[in-house]
Design a protein around this ligand. Sequence first.
Ligand code: SAM
Length: 270
Amino acid sequence: MNANQALWEKGDFTQLARTMRQSGEKFVAGLGITKGMKVLDLGCGDGTTAIPAAKLGAEVLGVDIARNLVEAGTKRAADENITGIKFQYGDAIQLDGIDDKQFDLVVSVFGAMFAPQPYDVARSMVRVTKPGGRIIMGNWIPGDPTLVAQVLKTSSAFTPPPPEGFISPMLWGTEPEVINRFTAAGIKKENISFEKVTFTFIADESPVIYLQRFINYYGPTMNAFDAADKNGKRAELQEQLEALFTAQNTAADPGKTNIDASFLKVTVQI
Ligand SMILES: C[S@@+](CC[C@H](N)C(=O)[O-])C[C@H]1O[C@@H](n2cnc3c(N)ncnc32)[C@H](O)[C@@H]1O
């Protein structure tokens, strides 16, 4: 199994995803989805964006490299009696078995950004989109002061250096890199646009309890704690993250969590 797949199968992203549903629905509501539109949700997790897209009448294929999340998405759709949606295993790098020019919209919210080989990912997304269709990505921004960029930054400070040649997923959050990747896939620069938008993490628990979800279920944070354990630095990492989550919380009730995180919305017109 490749390291990318192992990272996401290690945890249980559903435990975080359930605190992101409101933002997922709001994001999808702004994508101009109409009945019958063919939508690919790449790195779909358990359907935070795929399920709202299907509810708007789109014909949705959710693809994810983590088999546990494909299963969780399939179950959510069945439990909610949602039709016109299918979840399947796949890797954003190749999108094997998916024909060219299939989709009106390819959406990937904090998904494809985590695949290695970003130039191949851009090429694959362009390949499966119909002429006249769109690709929309949501990518965390390196150095951004909000939650997820800071969690990833803190986590990486406690994790051993990545193997040589590793390309940080966060580069998908920088406009020049996104332009390089899509222009290399044959897209004109003027057909790529950017907007900074926000997702809100909402939970009925204090930010310190909420952090526990990252520690127990979010692959990158789990790896950071594994590495910190080996160096006797667990308490230091925990303290830094507790301070971060508490400082970022805007809920009036300290027993609840409401944390905004900014990301780069990328729109590519094919
Ligand atoms: C942060 S989660 C986001 C999930 C979902 N888009 C959401 O908003 O809830 C990242 C997702 O990308 C998936 N992913 C990572 N690398 C991938 C790859 N190479 N191909 C397909 N999916 C991938 C992970 O398995 C995980 O479900």
